[in-house]
Design a protein around this ligand. Structure first.
Ligand code: NAD
Length: 363
């Protein structure tokens, strides 16, 4: 087995804890340092993990960091990634890749020129839930896939997140925040998207923080909070998407995929596992045993999957996939604003399927 990839985390906020927990059981990666604009926050994590707390620029240039794990807010994703690449580091970022495709493209170009890798969340699609569903599609259990539905309806993250400002600013909203899980799953299941038609609405100008020291404070809303649309996949399949921070509850499946000879219920793409159910024509619903994907996965498996890919070989949670997903989402918002179908210029390969296995091993 090869050496673990040395990881430096920038941004030790709410989501960092999940990566830290996962890294403890992943031999392919080794945490060496952390940094945050809030030095005290980084120091607390560093002490708990037994690693160094550095200044942000210091970490980005640290010789003991091979890959910068960028867990900052969306508005800082591109800037941190570009600085890391300029220092010759691989980068893996939380989603979305950047606020806009125009911000994201220089990141991919700089990485290509520097010969380093760009990876991006979500890696939930590498777990047994989406991968078992994908295997069902690939194995022909539903015949030719013709359509999918993807539904995410919630009241909004300000109810639980103590600093929810970024969810209601450009780069946030239900589509850019939660859409990466759903659109990445749809691309994994049905392939890349050729064009989109969207419609969107903003139903309130402010939202009230529900927890933490700022509870009761109002946050301005400058983006659409209910986004719907249709994705026309290159294959011809049509996915109907509903992403909302304006609803209370739903009983709709997170994702369903329909083919000529069967229908498939796909579990929550914001999780790594969950029940996959299939209904063949003339049959009834049955549950499929997990048959593909990383078992017991968590946030960070995409980083380990990158680390496990030999130099020059593709890895699954790639910047190219994240760019296509980001462009698909922004095209949907653009279509909603313009009232017209919008072409998605980029494309990507469907990432390689994950055979049923435990954690990725170091390359
Ligand atoms: N919170 C969740 O449940 C969740 C789940 C999945 C993904 N994410 C994604 O993770 C990312 C971070 O979300 P979060 O909830 O952890 O946010 P957060 O606000 O809790 O944490 C972000 C951290 O990044 C730091 N930071 C911001 N800009 C920085 C910069 N320029 N340099 C260094 N540090 C900087 C902040 O000080 C903060 O500690 C977002 O992209 C979000 O979409 C969050």
């Amino acid at each position: 087995m090869g050496q673990p990839l040395k990881i430096g985390i920038v941004g030790t906020g709410a989501i960092s804890g999940q990566y830290l927990t996962t890294f403890e059981r992943l031999a392919a990666v080794q945490l060496t340092a952390v940094a945050d604009l809030d030095a005290d926050r980084a120091k607390a994590v560093a002490e708990a993990q037994g690693v160094r707390a550095l200044g942000v620029d210091e970490l980005l240039a640290d010789p003991d960091v091979d890959l910068v794990l960028n867990l900052t807010i969306p508005a800082a994703h591109a800037e941190i990634a570009l600085k890391a690449i300029a220092n010759g580091k691989h980068v893996y970022g939380e989603k979305p890749l950047a606020n806009t495709p125009a911000e994201a493209l220089p990141v991919l170009e700089a990485a290509r020129a520097a010969g380093v890798r760009v990876g991006c969340a979500p890696d939930t699609v590498l777990g047994t839930g989406i991968q078992t569903a994908r295997k069902a599609v690939d194995d022909g259990l539903i015949g030719t896939p013709v359509a999918a539905t993807a539904t995410m309806l919630t009241p909004g993250h300000e109810r639980w997140h103590p600093n929810p400002d970024f969810y209601y600013a450009p780069g946030g909203g239900p589509l850019l925040d939660m859409g990466p899980y759903y659109v990445t799953a749809l691309v994994t299941l049905l392939g890349p998207v050729a064009s989109v038609v969207g419609a969107a609405a903003r139903t309130r100008d402010t939202r009230v923080i529900g927890s933490g020291p700022r509870a009761g404070e109002r946050v301005p809303v400058t983006i659409d909070t209910h986004v719907t649309g249709v994705l026309r996949h290159e294959s011809g399949a049509l996915s109907t998407l509903v992403m909302s921070f304006d609803a209370v509850a739903t009983r709709a499946s997170n994702i369903e995929v329909h083919g000529h000879t069967g229908s498939l219920v796909v579990p929550d793409p914001n999780g790594f596992d969950g029940e996959v159910r299939v209904h063949p024509l003339g049959g009834e619903w049955t549950t499929l045993e997990p048959s593909a994907g990383y078992r017991d996965a968590g946030r960070g498996y995409g980083v380990a999957d990158l680390a496990a890919a030999p130099a020059g070989e593709p890895f699954r949670a790639s910047g190219d996939l994240a760019y296509h997903v980001l462009e698909t989402m922004t095209a949907l918002l653009d279509s909603a604003a313009r009232g017209a179908e919008v072409t998605v210029e980029s494309t990507c390969d469907r990432p390689a399927p994950v055979p049923l296995q435990d954690a990725p091993q170091a390359a």
